[in-house]
Design a protein around this ligand. Sequence first.
Ligand SMILES: [Cu+2]
Length: 119
Amino acid sequence: MSIDKILVAFFGLFGIAFTFWFFLMKKEKEVEVSGEIDITVSGGYSPEVISVPVGKTTRMNFFRTDPTDCLSEVVLPDFKIRKELPLNKKISVEITPKKTGEFGYTCGMNMYHGKIIVK
Ligand SMILES: [Cu+2]
């Protein structure tokens, strides 16, 4: 086996490993919420992906520390919610999902995204 073949095999395996790692990491970022969750708004949403129980009320407390105008509003289209997020102020949004599934939330311009997984 020549060195370039070994290199190709090595990088191939590395690519596969990276893909696995990437998707596992992505899954790991999902935060299970029961009742209440604080979401920091700074260059996006943290945590970005939350899972909540169906039929129960979940309170999402948004706290914006990023002065970017872009993030000054949060929109939850599936729950018909649009809220102003003043800087450094906790703004609570309550949702009571009636069906399971994945529901997105975004900034006012649809540039930053988060996800609510209803289970
Ligand atoms: Cu925006």
